[in-house]
Design a protein around this ligand. Structure first.
Ligand SMILES: [Zn+2]
Length: 118
């Protein structure tokens, strides 16, 4: 069984990775955005569509990264508050195996399955 110090270490490392990835994505999106803006004058530019396709793809990844970052922050907040590993919905403990696989989990497996079925 993993103790809370280990979860905290895991979450902080995850947070660092996500922050770095988010900064990278932001930089790439900014340079693609400039390319796309430069192409706006010419509707027939064959490079226009691929750039905005790539931009949308990266913007999607960035949204996921930020959601993951928010979930990681929330998990660190629960660790600090002493409520980490307790289902936010039903108040029952989350199985250690689930937390090890998904340290940001805020729902126990029962509630998570109920929510995803909705
Ligand atoms: Zn629950």
């Amino acid at each position: 069984m993993t103790d809370s110090i280990e979860y905290e270490r895991m979450l902080r490392r995850r947070r660092d990775e996500l922050t770095a990835r988010d900064a990278e994505l932001l930089a790439t999106l900014a340079s693609l955005g400039e390319l796309r803006d430069a192409n706006n004058d010419d509707e027939h530019d064959p490079d226009g569509a691929p750039v905005s396709g790539e931009w949308s793809r990266l913007a999607g990844i960035r949204r996921e990264t930020q959601a993951e970052l928010a979930a990681t922050d929330a998990a660190l907040g629960r660790l600090a508050a002493g409520t980490y590993g307790i289902c936010v919905n039903c108040g029952r403990p989350i199985a250690p195996g689930r937390l090890e696989a998904r340290p940001t989990a805020e729902l126990c497996i029962v509630c998570a399955e109920r929510t995803s079925r909705r």
